[in-house]
Design a protein. Structure first.
Length: 297
């Protein structure tokens, strides 16, 4: 191949961070054993090493500087000039602040939420890797009686352990689990804050979709999307998902200040408009033309 785009980032980085998402002790140990023996993971790493170890490797399209750094960390022989960073794109018409109107209000009515309820959204499929347990603990720390808020946890993850954790943390009655979401623009339209305390994300699409929807984002430095987020301006960046006290403080600051949520949401929308699908496709097309010209020579 001439171009390889590792949309899931570096396999080894994902594997290591996936283990960090587990608590220290038997759970992490046995998970590590399962991952080492997992055929799919082994094949993926073998393919990655074969591609990056070739004498003339393809052009690698990383969707963040984070992915580029991860590849160079694990494959030090790689020529950095072979790795191009092209950020993900978002449909800025589909994901738009106007969805806070009819679409968002319809979702709120379905959950019986009053107008001043602050909706905190978590939307991902791998609940543990994306830090849902850290978010639940952070919300448990700020207390169920601090402001009028609810948590919507959307995605196809195993919800049982997280439902039990929410009950233990005293926020079971304020936590709603949704299954796979076919209309993310409507869920984002109903939301006031997106919290994505991930242990590993090359570049989270849901963060970019939230920003385009005018929703401020709280995420971690393990997410390549932080490269387009200004901490304290268009969202908040925390160093690690296990920093639950800091995560709780950042969430509480936005729960209690609607003007700050609106200001950050406006800033986030302005940034997202610079990352449209048109921009992404133009950059990819330019790369393909460059490679074709090289073949002609």
């Amino acid at each position: 191949m001439d171009v390889h785009r590792p949309g899931g980032g570096a396999e080894l980085a994902s594997l290591i961070q996936g283990l960090r998402a587990r608590e220290k002790g038997p759970d992490r140990f046995f998970t590590a054993i399962r991952r080492i023996l997992n055929l799919k993971a082994g094949v993926n790493i073998l393919i990655e090493r074969t591609l990056y170890g070739a004498s003339d490797p393809p052009i690698i399209v990383a969707n963040s500087q984070k992915v580029k750094k991860d590849i160079l960390r694990f494959y030090r022989w790689m020529d950095p000039s072979k790795i191009r960073v092209i950020y993900n794109g978002v449909d800025v018409d589909r994901f738009h602040p106007r969805n806070k109107g009819r679409l968002g209000q319809g979702v709120r009515r379905a959950f019986g939420l009053v107008e001043d309820t602050v909706v905190i959204l978590f939307m991902a499929h791998n609940f543990r890797l994306k830090g849902l347990h850290c978010l639940i603990r952070a919300l448990g720390g700020i207390g169920k009686d601090t402001g009028n808020w609810v948590l919507l946890a959307a995605g196809r993850g195993r919800k049982g352990p997280f439902e039990r954790l929410a009950k233990r943390c005293g926020i079971g009655g304020k936590t709603y689990f949704l299954n796979g979401v076919g209309n993310p623009e409507a869920i984002l339209g109903a939301s006031d804050i997106l919290v994505h305390p991930t242990f590993y994300d090359p570049f989270s699409n849901v963060c970019l979709e939230a920003m385009a929807s005018g929703v401020p984002v709280i995420t971690t430095s393990h997410n390549g999307a932080v490269e387009i987020i200004q901490d304290g301006v268009s969202g908040y960046i925390i160093p690690d998902p296990r920093s639950v006290d800091l995560l709780g403080q950042r969430i509480l600051a936005l729960i209690m200040n609607s003007q700050e949520r609106e200001r950050m949401g406006d800033e986030a929308r302005g940034i997202a408009e610079k990352f449209s699908w048109d921009r992404h496709l133009c950059e990819m097309e330019a790369l393909y033309k460059e490679i074709l010209e090289g073949h002609k020579r």
